[in-house]
Write a protein that binds this ligand. Structure first.
Ligand code: C5P
Length: 235
């Protein structure tokens, strides 16, 4: 089978975690390494796409010195939201691999928050961040413009009543994206590692337009997972 071609296509990839500041020295963050997003960006460039990579906080070094790849760094979910909306207008494919903080501290303290003399435990009020993926899907539906293929990610462990794939199917419906990449997480979290286990699920609409039937299931490196995701999105 010949490799897919993304020549002439514009792909936006988000990678890494967001950092939500509490005061000038503290933040809420997460353990996303950025590896999966970087592998996706590199694979899309390799197959001919013009890629804009929006990277948050990462352990891994983002790809550099690659023609047809532009890099933008962001820190907060709000900055990521702005960047994704701006770049999605011209994109053919959006891949939301970033681990976006669901909540941010409701108030940013301009000065470092001090310990008080009493023993009281402080409480940090949180505020929900916008769901960037769902918002991009909504805007596409509202305006008829935006990426033809929108790819979301989900990390699921499953629960007593539901297998991870069943939860991912629900998330695919809820978010309204075209493809959903399920990272099955267990005792060995996928964060920071080079290997991963993914299922790639397609919405009913995407199954019709992309012509994919069975969900793809793959256990391997994040580079192999990236190949599978990008080749599905490129169909
Ligand atoms: O709901 P959940 O966080 O599991 O969804 C994960 C997917 O949604 C990922 O693709 C992530 O990039 C995206 N997301 C988002 N905005 C948020 C939270 C998650 O775009 N506030």
């Amino acid at each position: 089978q010949s490799p897919p071609s993304l020549t002439g296509r514009r792909v936006v990839v988000t990678a890494g975690g967001t950092r939500e500041p509490l005061d000038p020295v503290r933040y809420l963050g997460n353990r996303s390494s950025g590896k999966q997003g970087f592998a996706l960006a590199e694979r899309a460039v390799h197959w001919g796409a013009q890629v804009h990579l929006i990277a948050g906080i990462t352990d891994a070094e983002p790809p550099s010195g690659i023609s047809n790849l532009t890099l933008e760094r962001i820190e907060t979910a709000a900055q990521l939201h702005e960047a994704v909306l701006r770049e999605s207008v011209h994109a053919d494919v959006l891949v939301m691999a970033a681990a976006v903080a669901d909540f941010r501290p409701a108030d940013y303290a301009q000065a470092k928050i001090k310990k008080t003399d009493d023993d009281a435990n402080p409480v940090i009020p949180l505020q929900r961040n916008p769901d960037i993926l769902a918002d991009t899907v909504r805007r596409r539906a509202g305006t008829g413009t935006g990426p033809k293929v929108i790819v979301g990610f989900a990390a699921e462990t499953g629960d007593d009543a539901h297998a991870p794939v069943a939860l991912a199917e629900q998330k695919l419906q809820r978010k309204g994206c075209d493809l959903l990449v399920l990272n099955q997480v267990g005792e060995n979290l996928v964060f920071g590692q080079d290997s991963t286990e993914v299922h790639i699920l397609a919405s009913e609409a995407a199954q019709r337009t992309l012509g994919s039937a069975e969900p793809v299931h793959l256990r391997g490196s994040k580079v192999e997972a990236a190949e599978a995701v990008v080749s599905q999105a490129a169909r």
